[in-house]
Design a protein around this ligand. Structure first.
Ligand code: SF4
Ligand code: SF4
Length: 164
């Protein structure tokens, strides 16, 4: 499916979700990487060994999420922009979502932005908490997102806010 339309289906997305118990514990990476392509920089970059060693470079990443602390280093090296970090422990109503971002200009901390879902449709709003620039040009944007929509939000559109 994803190799035809560029989008994962619901079953694929559910297959990579950490357990509710793990999500409740704090930040954790989610890998929406579903195609067997020759790519493995995420596994090499993880300082905690949370990504299981690939047996073939075409493998999709498998994460031991008990070892992941949501540092976000893997987000900055993934050419597919396939990884996000979710932290449900951020506040009672909002989750912290870290997304990779390669557009310019970058948003600024404190901005209110339109949250977009996987198809690029508006999915509410988000607040930019932090903009983490990196030498390799893939920035990481820290967002506060309502908990009920954080598993749908995967991108943002800065500028005039469009409510869903
Ligand atoms: S977020 Fe950090 S600890 Fe978790 S898989 Fe990525 S690099 Fe490893
Ligand atoms: S770096 Fe990104 S695209 Fe490559 S295997 Fe890891 S998650 Fe998939």
């Amino acid at each position: 499916m994803s190799n035809q339309v560029g989008l994962p289906n619901g079953e694929q997305v559910r297959s990579v979700l950490p357990s509710p118990e793990r999500l409740a514990k704090g930040p954790v990476a989610i890998f929406e990487c579903f195609q067997n392509i020759p790519c493995n920089p995420c596994a090499d970059a993880c300082p905690r060994g949370a990504i299981k060693p690939f047996t073939d470079i075409n493998d999709c990443p498998k994460v031991n999420d008990s070892l992941c602390n949501g540092c976000g280093i893997c987000l900055t090296v993934c050419p597919g922009l396939s990884i996000v970090v979710v932290d449900y422990s951020y506040s009672p109503d909002e989750a912290l979502l870290k997304i990779p971002y390669e557009f310019l200009p970058l948003p600024g901390a404190g901005d209110k932005v339109t949250a977009l879902n996987r198809t690029g449709q508006a999915a509410g709003t988000a607040r930019v908490l932090k903009v983490q620039e990196n030498r390799n040009k893939t920035a990481v944007i820290w967002l506060a997102v309502p908990k009920e929509s954080v598993m749908e939000v995967r991108h943002i559109r800065p500028g005039e806010v469009m409510e869903a």
